[in-house]
Design a protein around this ligand. Structure first.
Ligand SMILES: C[S@@+](CC[C@H](N)C(=O)[O-])C[C@H]1O[C@@H](n2cnc3c(N)ncnc32)[C@H](O)[C@@H]1O
Length: 205
């Protein structure tokens, strides 16, 4: 996977995306993923790889200062269309592996279905941790290899699925290891597909 391919594939996904990943079980999983997030009016929230803004309705009406970044202008256009009158959300084309925010600039970062998509997941998580303030939360709803193990079937399917713009074989525990002194795992629970999709909430110390 690389940024160039992701831009092409998510341009194609843009008109269809919500019908698959913002409906049914996925929509219900999103509600669970964002439940319990203690956010107060005026807090700065970043949606990394915001896509079509499927998470935006779940955050609206709370007086949050929301910035949504994505590599794909077509996905961002879908997200803009979800903004309700009177809401002020900043949309920026930006690479999740190179966030143009200062250290600890955000109170919460929501990184749903992006860690499995960016070419360099280590770099993306490093950036997410860097921009989160101390005491701030990081929410990750995404798919990871269960127990870090890639079964023979997954191994066979992995290259084909990556052509669709996502990787089914990433190991969250490996990605987390370099950050364990800075960040603690507050919650890690299965959400979908026998735990392949998980809700992970991190807190920066
Ligand atoms: C599977 S979608 C997830 C969208 C949204 N977070 C959600 O939960 O529905 C992945 C998104 O990541 C974006 N993306 C891919 N590579 C990226 C990168 N390097 N930086 C920022 N966004 C990227 C794609 O354009 C797409 O909108």
């Amino acid at each position: 996977m690389n940024n160039r391919w992701n831009k092409i594939i998510y341009k194609l996904w843009a008109p269809l995306y919500d019908r698959v990943f913002n409906a049914g079980a996925f929509a219900r999983a999103r509600v669970k993923a964002l439940s319990g997030l203690d956010l107060k009016p005026g807090q700065r929230v970043l949606l990394v790889g915001a896509g079509t803004g499927a998470d935006l309705p779940l955050l609206s009406g709370r007086g949050l200062l929301i910035t949504a970044i994505d590599l794909s202008p077509e996905m961002l256009a879908e997200a803009r269309a979800k903004v309700k009158a009177g809401e002020d959300i900043t949309f920026l084309e930006m690479d999740a592996q190179n966030l143009r925010f200062g250290d600890e600039a955000l109170d919460a970062v929501i990184a749903n279905l992006i860690v499995s998509v960016v070419p360099d997941a280590e770099r993306c998580l490093q950036e997410v941790v860097r921009v989160t303030s101390r005491g701030g939360s990081i929410v990750i709803f995404d798919k990871f290899a269960p127990n870090g193990r890639v079964s023979p079937v997954m191994k066979a399917l992995r290259p084909l699925i990556s052509l669709l713009g996502t990787d089914i074989g990433r190991d969250f525990n490996q990605l987390f290891l370099p950050h364990q002194d800075q960040v603690s795992i507050k919650e890690d629970q299965p959400l979908l597909m026998r735990g392949m999709y998980r809700k992970i909430v991190l807190m920066k110390q």
